[in-house]
Ligand binder design. Structure first.
Ligand SMILES: Cc1cc2nc3c(=O)[nH]c(=O)nc-3n(C[C@H](O)[C@H](O)[C@H](O)COP(=O)(O)OP(=O)(O)OC[C@H]3O[C@@H](n4cnc5c(N)ncnc54)[C@H](O)[C@@H]3O)c2cc1C
Length: 370
């Protein structure tokens, strides 16, 4: 069997790339699971990019237009007039993208795992059967523990975090998410509550399972109302190279993920667009260069993450005083962007009063952001 492009991994990144290339090239996708979805993921995606990337509307379960931020002793609300983020059904998202790709001519090999390269071919395992596929270009879109990344000797300089998430039945404000920044509950990340409907929410955090248990208790969510539990991991940092010979990494396999929130669907899809252009132009090497926007966001996000890890809860309370002020809320409500954290942070730091107050909290780290 021979293809122009063999995509390893049928997650959002791999399926999106397949949908972009199918019909223009001979494309195949191998997916080790027997069905799509099932990964631990809150499925919150910025509206602007969701529309821009032309993701399927039928995967949208809910839209949110605001957020309530809680620290240990304070809270403030950000309210926008229009929806800022969608909450999506991952299975429907992945399956719809795959369906579109197959309709345009892509071949799918489900229940088929990539195990390595041999003599320039991909070695695959389907049930008890081993077979090989040759392609001109191979894409590793096989997630954070990428076998393709290992096969090309890619190296990671990253913080790997375990994430825990539940779906819980309760009474929720349908168009507002909750973000809890309290190191006494979740020492190394924030905890989130994202409504799927008025009566169902996805609640999670990164760190350890005790952090989630503590959060559920403090948020007064009944453990016996949990109807789904999932765990997964993310890598915040760099994995290099993204291209080696005729092999490229995409999505979580390349750690294309926001270090501030661990959201990876949009960054993976933006890079998939650049990768599709590079493949179609026959210049795979241009892929990494053309993802410069995502790279700048990751680099800036890592600085924000470092800043967050260096703050004590007392510092966080001071940051909340600043961000909860009328002036800061006005800036956030008019200029914040769900995916562009450079733009959002710069808009805040451009205000002299806000900048002066934030510098007092952590002079060296805020200066490092400027
Ligand atoms: C708890 C948690 C919450 C999250 N919440 C959000 C969120 O709200 N919004 C957001 O944008 N992101 C979120 N993320 C991150 C998001 O899930 C990832 O960034 C996204 O799934 C990356 O997509 P991907 O296609 O690159 O990889 P994946 O979704 O991991 O897909 C990789 C695919 O490759 C397959 N595969 C793996 N190995 C092989 C192999 N050897 N052969 C063949 N196939 C293989 C896997 O079965 C899988 O289907 C969250 C992550 C976690 C852990």
């Amino acid at each position: 069997m021979r293809y122009d492009v063999l995509i390893i991994g049928g997650g959002p990144a791999g399926n999106y790339l397949a949908s972009l290339l199918a019909g223009k090239m001979k494309v195949a996708v191998v997916e080790k699971k027997g069905s799509f979805g099932g990964k631990a993921c809150t499925g919150i995606v910025g509206v602007k990019n969701y529309e821009r990337l032309e993701f399927p509307k039928r995967a949208v379960l809910n839209s949110v237009r605001g957020a309530v931020f809680y620290s240990r002793i304070q809270s403030f609300e950000i309210e926008r007039k229009s929806p800022q983020a969608y909450v999506v059904d991952r299975k429907v998202l992945e399956k719809s993208l795959a369906e579109g790709a197959v309709k345009r001519g892509a071949d799918y090999f489900m229940n088929t795992a990539f195990t390595g390269f041999k003599n320039g071919k991909a070695v695959l395992q389907h049930l008890n059967e081993r077979f090989e596929i040759r392609a001109d270009v191979y894409i590793g879109a096989d997630g954070v523990s990428s076998t393709v990344a290992k096969a090309i000797g890619a190296r990671s300089r990253a913080e790997f975090l375990s994430g825990y998430e539940v779906e819980v039945v309760g009474d929720f404000k349908k168009d507002f998410v909750e973000v809890w920044v309290n190191k006494e509950i979740t020492p190394n990340f924030f905890a989130w509550l994202v409504p799927v409907s008025e009566s169902l929410a996805r609640v999670g955090t990164f760190g350890d399972i005790e952090s989630l248990t503590r959060f559920l208790r403090i948020r007064m969510l009944d453990p016996t109302s949990i109807i789904e539990f999932k765990a997964g991991s993310v890598g915040l940092g760099w994995r290099k190279p993204w291209v080696s010979g005729n092999v490229a990494l995409l999505g979580d396999a390349a750690l294309q993920i926001k270090p501030t929130t661990a959201g990876g669907i949009v960054f993976g899809a933006i890079c998939a667009r650049e990768l599709a252009k590079a493949i179609l132009s026959g210049n795979l090497q241009s892929y990494e260069r053309s993802c410069s926007w995502v790279k700048r966001q990751i680099s800036f996000g890592l600085r924000l993450r470092k800043l967050f890890l260096g703050l004590s809860q007392e510092d966080i309370e001071k940051v909340f005083e600043v961000l909860g002020s009328k002036e800061a809320r006005e800036v956030i409500e008019t200029q914040a962007d769900f995916d562009d954290h450079i733009r959002t942070t710069k808009a805040i730091l451009k205000r002299p009063k806000l900048l002066a107050k934030l510098i007092k909290v952590s002079p060296s780290l805020i200066k490092a952001l400027l």
